[in-house]
Design a protein around this ligand. Structure first.
Ligand SMILES: [Zn+2]
Length: 322
């Protein structure tokens, strides 16, 4: 059964490459929409407001320097201090909106839709609406996007259909990710070096971060080409952290060197590929390109070119699971 699925998949790839040829794969420019999760800051619970403000300033300066559209996703529990909504933290959200960055819902407490019952997942979505909807209302608008915590979208079709319909009823569009990566793991290594006042260590992490990200981009370009015979507009996942606060503009410069033009999430989502069906119900939070591949029957060997985080970074972070 499994072999048949792989064979059918290979045949499908073979036929699609005959039809489309390789000319499309040369199509330029490549397009990339940037999304940034876990606002106001991934480690918001572990820093005071002064540090939160400092890193927010860095991130917004980097985004301005890079001249890229960004759609960013908020966990509203990170706007609280000791269980109370904190006005200074809410003010940092206004700074993102003032910078022209669209804010979306990433749930209140970052609960996985794979792991909590549907009513609890719904509650986490609704609690994640309070502040951002208020800030948008003050400006005469409403948030448009929802991003799943851990990219986990439910382990069965009923859970997924129920929560998708619920998000739809609230007016949200689901923001997928194609260019998935472990920037959070590099950020953890970077934070450790920061805490130890180890600027050489921070530089060492950053030096590994950029080539890792471009290798990841090449990997998903290959997947796009293999599955669709062309370069689809990619959607990059990053996180609000010190690493991107110092290196986001340099990262974008690397992507520009690779031929990428930066587009909005809405522009990327206009591509018909994003209406493609996927039926991945596994435990992992994975890229939509991987979901589409698995839906077509891709086996383990299809993912053999996956780019791992260098061991030196894992050791620095003390994290060995990606
Ligand atoms: Zn997240």
């Amino acid at each position: 059964m499994k072999h048949f699925a792989v064979l059918r998949f290979s045949l499908c790839i073979f036929i699609s490459s005959i039809i489309t040829g390789s000319a499309l794969s040369q199509e330029l420019p490549r397009r990339l929409a940037v999304t940034m999760d876990d606002l106001p800051l991934s480690i918001a619970a572990r820093v005071d407001n002064a540090e939160l403000d400092r890193v927010t300033t860095l991130l917004l300066e980097q985004i301005k320097d890079a001249r890229t559209p960004v759609t960013a996703f908020v966990n509203e529990n990170k706007l609280e201090v000791k269980g109370q909504r904190d006005s200074q933290r809410v003010a940092t959200m206004k700074r993102w909106l003032d910078a022209g960055i669209a804010l979306g819902n990433h749930t209140y407490a970052h609960k996985s839709q794979n792991r909590v019952p549907v009513p609890e997942a719904k509650e986490d979505i609704v609690k994640g609406m309070r502040t951002i909807h208020q800030l948008y209302a003050e400006r005469g608008g409403r948030p448009e996007w929802f991003r799943h915590p851990y990219l986990q979208t439910g382990r069965d079709s009923l859970t997924r259909a129920t929560l998708t319909a619920f998000l739809d009823s609230l007016g949200y569009r689901i923001a997928p990710v194609t260019l998935d990566n472990a920037d959070w793991l590099f950020a953890s290594a970077y934070d450790k070096a920061f805490a130890a006042n180890d600027s050489a260590g921070m530089r060492a992490v950053a030096a590994e971060y950029l080539p890792y990200m471009t290798a990841k981009a090449r990997y998903y370009e290959w997947m796009s080409d293999t599955l669709f015979g062309r370069q689809i507009p990619q959607i990059l996942l990053l996180h609000a952290n010190r690493l991107n606060g110092d290196h986001y503009a340099a990262l974008c410069a690397e992507f520009r060197k690779m031929g990428y033009a930066f587009i909005t999430l809405d522009e990327a989502m206009n591509d018909p590929v994003y209406r493609q069906y996927e039926s991945f119900f596994g435990a992992a939070g994975i890229s939509w390109l991987e979901r589409w591949a698995l839906t077509r029957g891709a086996g383990r060997t299809f993912f053999a070119k996956e780019v791992p985080v260098p061991m030196s970074i894992k050791e620095r972070a003390g994290i060995y699971e990606e």
